[in-house]
Design a protein around this ligand. Structure first.
Ligand code: HEC
Ligand code: HEC
Length: 338
């Protein structure tokens, strides 16, 4: 009887040692971090070579808020947070190309308005680090605390572009918004008003048809569409066509998430609409036909108008406002660590 028990012990001991070796010498020093989205969220894919840890997230957060990241680069003096501010769902109002918010991007596969970067968060962070900020890691390496923070997070005090991108990717996975009024409605902990419910029916039915591209729960289908903002396209308005060269992509842009949409005016890739009322009026009466117009934008009888009445338009806007997550924009753990 004693013999099998002993064998089991030896087996167990060798297994644990083997796992530790695979994970690397410092693996035992990091603290795993779990993201627990509501049951109606899709499964979260986290790459095996960049597991979420408290140390990694904390480092990514610091890098995001620290202008040191842009030193010697084209955006010298800027931090990520200077254009991506928590109070407006990690965006800021700008002239020109609208700043996309940083919310629930852990579930995204296409990044930037034209989908210039495909893949996962590590891929888009590589773009941000290498091309957009052109991060000079020697500045981080010479810093008093960063080498120690990279050592804690990744078991290596040598700072590489790849490690910077990985830390930022971990921080982005932490930027999860799941506590809007609409989420609480889905979780049966809060009721919507009659007006919001009426807006929801418009949104989720063919009447408004919003759900096709801004479906629950992410409020984006992660795809590209020409929604008829223009009838012909030049310059940046050519959208995804600039990446693919495919005429059916003319004027198509990434469908942005509508989470916290009431906070992120002005709207559309070029910020052409100042209010949600103007956006709704676009879908209601302003859609311009063109050969690449998304077929979803054309209703039976070839019409491109929704024909909503004033009350319906107000109800729809009231429903869009239930996507605001106050906890997300005030959570001190998502704010600046400085
Ligand atoms: C000068 C302002 C500015 C700064 C600084 C800035 N961004 Fe952005 N960010 C933007 C704009 C504008 C867009 C949309 C650009 C586009 O799609 O062409 C954007 C888009 C993004 C996106 C794509 C989001 C999506 O939904 O596809 C990511 C990811 C991102 N930024 C990360 C970062 C990171 C990381 C940093 C810091 C290293 C940073 N940004 C710094 C202005 C900025
Ligand atoms: C065919 C897909 C599609 C449908 C249907 C659709 N949208 Fe959109 N929506 C998009 C795309 C794509 C954009 C970005 C377009 C751009 O900037 O050029 C967008 C942008 C928006 C924006 C601005 C987002 C921002 O961050 O600037 C709002 C608000 C919005 N849609 C609400 C709605 C509502 C409300 C409905 C229903 C009445 C609706 N959408 C129907 C694809 C769609």
């Amino acid at each position: 009887m004693k013999y099998p028990a002993l064998l089991l012990l030896i087996l167990l001991a060798s297994c644990t040692r083997k796992n530790m070796e695979e994970l690397g010498p410092e693996a035992h020093l990091t603290t795993p971090f779990e993201i627990e989205p509501p049951h109606y969220f899709p499964v979260l894919d986290i790459p095996a070579n960049n597991p979420l840890t408290e140390e990694g997230i904390e480092l990514g957060r610091r890098l995001y808020y620290d202008p040191i990241l842009s030193t010697n680069g084209p955006l010298a003096g800027r931090s990520c947070s200077s254009c991506h501010d928590q109070v407006t769902s990690f965006s800021v109002p700008t002239e020109g190309t609208a700043v996309l918010p940083h919310v629930n991007l852990a579930w995204s596969q296409n990044f930037l308005w034209t989908g210039k970067v495909n893949g996962g968060l590590e891929d888009v962070m590589r773009f941000e680090v290498n091309e957009f900020f052109q991060v000079d890691v020697s500045v981080l390496q010479a810093h008093a605390v960063y080498p120690g923070l990279f050592e804690r997070a990744f078991g290596d005090a040598t700072i590489t572009n790849e490690a910077v991108a990985k830390a930022l990717a971990q921080w982005f996975r932490r930027l999860v918004s799941t506590d809007s009024k609409f989420d609480r409605y889905l979780q049966h902990t809060e009721m919507l008003t009659d007006q919001e419910l009426s807006g929801m029916m418009i949104y989720l039915s063919e009447t408004g048809d919003c759900f096709h591209c801004h479906g629950i729960p992410l409020l984006t289908d992660n795809a590209f569409h020409n929604i008829g903002l223009d009838a012909s396209f030049t310059g940046a308005d050519q959208g995804r066509f600039l990446i693919t060269g495919n005429p059916t992509d003319l004027g198509a842009f990434k469908a942005p998430t509508l989470r916290n949409i009431a906070l992120t005016a002005p709207y559309m890739h070029d910020g052409r609409f100042a209010t949600l009322e103007e956006v709704v009026e676009h879908y209601n009466s302003g859609v311009n036909p063109s050969p690449s117009l998304d077929p979803i934008m054309t209703k039976p009888g070839q019409i491109t108008q929704l024909l909503l009445g004033p009350q319906q338009k107000a109800d729809l806007v009231a429903f869009l406002e239930t996507f605001t997550d106050d906890a997300f924009i005030t959570d001190p753990e998502l704010g600046s660590p400085f």
